[in-house]
Design a protein around this ligand. Structure first.
Ligand SMILES: [Zn+2]
Length: 157
């Protein structure tokens, strides 16, 4: 970021493989940061919007649903040490079609499916940590995307 005039700055576009630089006022930059967005040139902005629309149509990914469910349980006062079954049911409640038991999506969660994902999120991605048998907790790495998803949801609602 380079200082230009008093209230104007040059910012790099955050688009992948994009080298565009944009001049904007500090207020504009602050507005972008405040809504949790990144600075993008018009081309990258268009691509990002298309991506967001696609994502919205597709709904949240399995991992996203699970970290968001953990966040919901925490904020509902369950503490940070979460029973895996509470987490499975909470995630399924967010999107029954996606996390429901095949043929019984509305009635039952696909517990095995969610549990395998949680294991991946513990061992491979570090989004959760095992705390004691049948219990997990969001790590700092998991808390960040969860809070972000929660903020997006609030804005969309
Ligand atoms: Zn760009």
């Amino acid at each position: 970021m380079t200082q230009l005039l008093d209230d104007s700055v040059i910012v790099d576009c955050s688009g992948r493989n994009c080298t565009a630089r944009l001049a904007m006022t500090r207020d504009e930059l602050r507005a972008v940061v405040d809504r949790g967005d990144s600075v993008r040139c018009p081309g990258c902005e268009r691509k990002a919007k298309e991506g967001a629309r696609k994502q919205e149509r597709r709904g949240l990914t399995k991992f996203e649903l699970i970290v968001l469910a953990a966040h919901d349980l925490e904020t509902a006062g369950e503490g940070s040490d979460l029973d895996i079954n509470d987490l499975i049911v909470a995630a399924w409640s967010l999107d029954r079609t996606r996390l429901g038991l095949r043929k019984y999506e509305r009635q039952y969660p696909d517990a095995k499916n969610v549990e395998v994902s949680v294991t991946h999120m513990v061992n491979t991605y570090g989004l959760f940590a095992r705390t004691r048998p049948c219990h997990v907790a969001l790590t700092e790495a998991g808390r960040a995307p969860a809070a972000k998803l929660d903020a997006t949801r609030t804005r969309r609602a």
